[in-house]
Every structure is written in C-alpha cells, then in structure tokens.
Design a binder for this molecule. Structure first.
Ligand SMILES: Nc1ncnc2c1ncn2[C@@H]1O[C@H](COP(=O)(O)OP(=O)(O)OP(=O)(O)O)[C@@H](O)[C@H]1O
Ligand SMILES: [Mg+2]
Length: 314
C-alpha cells in the first residue's frame, strides 16, 4: 500500500488557554479528497494552517507528502499548495502578473513561467480578464485565480480552505470539476467546507471536528448511517387508503391531513419491492411514494448541535 499523503496523530493546538485542537488523528490516502467539516470556530482553518506549515502545533506527529512536518518543513512546503479562506491575490496586479509572480517564486524560469501562466489562465477561464487588475474581478474570478496560483508549483497535496464560499452554483460546479480533475491526475486534496453537499459530492472521506476533537469520520454513506430518520413516505388518494395501509403496516407514523404514512426504512430496492407487494396484496392503492434518507446536514446537526459554553469556559 502507498504511504498516506497526510498522516496526523495526537495533534494539539491552543491559543492562550483556549484549546482549539485537543488531540486529532487523521489519515488521508494519496489521490483522494478528504473533507474536514465543523461549525464556525471549530479549528478547521487552524488545522489547515498547521498542516501547511504556516503555524506551529503544540504537540503531535504530522507527515505530509512523506515528510515530517517538524523535521523537514521546507520539503513539506515544496510538495504542497494552499488556498486560504481569504483570498491571497494582490488586487493591484493583473491576474497574469499574479501568476507570473507565483511562477517566479517557484523559480520556474521566464519561458516556463509564461507557459504555465498561459495554461492556467486557459484552464480557469481567465484569458479575457488576464490583463485587468484583480481588484476589478468578481468573487468567483478571484477564487479561480486563487486556485490557479496554488497550482503553479504543481503541488502533490493541496489544502483548500472553503474554496467555494461565495460562489454561485455554476461557478461552484466548475470548481468541483477542476478539483475532480486534479485528483484524477493523482493529487491529494484536503478540503474544508461549510457546504455539506460539497463534501457529499467530492469527498472520499469526511471528518467532523467539534470541541477540538474529531467526533466522526468515514465516507458520506457511513456518516449518514449514524443518524436515524430514513423513511418511505406513502401518500394516499383518500382517508380510506391511508387507514387500510396504517392497519397493514403497524408502527408507521400517519398524517391524516396530508394523507401520508411514514414507514421506517432505508429505501433499499428489496424492501421497497416487499412493501409495495404487501400493499398490492391487500388491494391498497398508493398515490405517490418518495424515499427520504438522512443527508449530511442531518449528520452535522446531530453531531455538533449542542451549546458551546462548555468548551469556551473550560
Ligand atoms: N491567531 C489566533 N489567536 C487566537 N485565537 C485564534 C487564532 N486563530 C484562531 N483562533 C481561535 O481558534 C478557534 C478556531 O479558529 P479557526 O479559524 O481554526 O476556526 P474555523 O473552524 O476555521 O472556523 P470558520 O468556519 O469560521 O472558518 C477560534 O475560536 C478562533 O477564535
Ligand atoms: Mg476557517
């Protein structure tokens, strides 16, 4: 098995007497997308800053791209790219100048720097805006330039702190597509987001950070199984149908006004087929049927939905 792109054990960080990371363990395999979720102030940006060498940790072992963070920070820096939560581009320079500057920082050389700049401007649909000061760009254009600048040095591991915050749905999907293509090319992505659908769409594995600890970790499907609430909603044409079905399927919640019955279940094809067969045998007509599975929003709220006083006062 390949060595992981990121391996973290016992990571701790406090600011003053405020404990932000209280012993974090996580592993991210090469060529995968890992998403860190958590409420505002949970420590996501702090984690990204530590893993990308921008700030120091108080304790813990971290290896990124095969290098020990404490012993070889320069080697880690050479292997990674970071797109911060707040745009790092220079508004007075043009998009092109920002990219060329980045290419210089990576010592790409004049010709290669120009080539890479042109290529990235094309990939990120910024060719037309290339010669305009970034101050005149929209939020979405800035975000795209931000990521383009991260890619100048061909990083193996990329940290993206809320890469699509403030983007419209189309720009968000464009960004997702770019991220997927990067991963297809072997890059590893460590992503924080407040959009749970984004984690659901992109991430191979997801971790939820709360009160300084990872309170859950797994695939989106695994996390969804942690919260109850999956059900099949049957709607009937009249009260007679609802009554018959309710008698047949004891233990289901009925709503007389909406003429619906909620039958607990995961919506698997086998159980749906069996359910419909039972109704048909009993000659009960169902008007419409829909399957409700818990989404990541439900998971997030169930895992992190409690007052924060305890953490701030301790
Ligand atoms: N330099 C600092 N000095 C003191 N406290 C800090 C510093 N940086 C972060 N903190 C505190 O650490 C906690 C975690 O902050 P962090 O920015 O990592 O949260 P986050 O999960 O990224 O939140 P958000 O979703 O709002 O971006 C917060 O309580 C914050 O106030
Ligand atoms: Mg943050």
């Amino acid at each position: 098995m390949k060595q992981p792109a990121i391996a973290v054990t016992g990571l701790r960080k406090s600011f003053g007497d405020k404990v932000v990371l209280d012993g974090i363990d996580l592993t991210v395999q090469q060529g995968t997308i890992f998403s860190l979720l958590g409420p505002n102030g949970a420590g996501k940006t702090t984690t990204v800053q530590i893993l990308s060498t921008l700030i120091g940790a108080d304790a813990g072992q971290v290896r990124v791209a095969g290098h020990d963070l404490a012993a070889e920070p320069d080697a880690v820096r050479a292997a990674i790219g970071v797109t911060g939560q707040y745009s790092a581009v220079d508004g007075l320079l043009t998009g092109e100048e920002n990219l060329v500057l980045m290419a210089d920082l990576h010592h790409l050389g004049r010709a290669e720097g120009r080539r890479r700049t042109a290529e990235l401007l094309g990939t990120f649909d910024l060719v037309e805006a290339a010669r305009r000061p970034v101050a005149t760009y929209s939020g979405g254009m800035r975000r795209r330039l931000d990521l383009a600048m991260t890619l100048v040095g061909d990083p193996k591991v990329i940290f993206l702190d809320e890469p699509t915050t403030g983007l419209d749905p189309r720009s968000r999907r464009t960004m997702w597509q770019i991220i997927r293509e990067l991963v297809a090319g072997g890059v590893t992505i460590f992503l924080t987001t407040q959009y749970l659908e984004e984690a659901d769409q992109l991430a191979d594995r997801i971790a939820v950070l709360d009160h300084g600890r990872l309170v859950a970790e797994g695939t989106a499907a695994e996390l969804k199984r942690l919260v109850p609430g999956g059900h099949i909603r049957l709607r009937f044409a009249d009260l007679g149908g609802l009554d018959s079905a309710a008698r047949l399927l004891g233990g289901s919640a009925r709503d007389e006004e909406a003429l619906t019955l909620h039958v607990p279940g995961d919506g698997g094809v086998g159980s749906l087929r069996a359910l419909l067969a039972r109704l048909e045998q009993a000659a009960v007509e169902v008007d419409t049927l829909s399957v409700h599975t818990p989404d990541l929003d439900d998971v997030f709220l169930a895992l992190t939905d409690h007052p924060r006083e305890k953490a701030t006062s301790s």
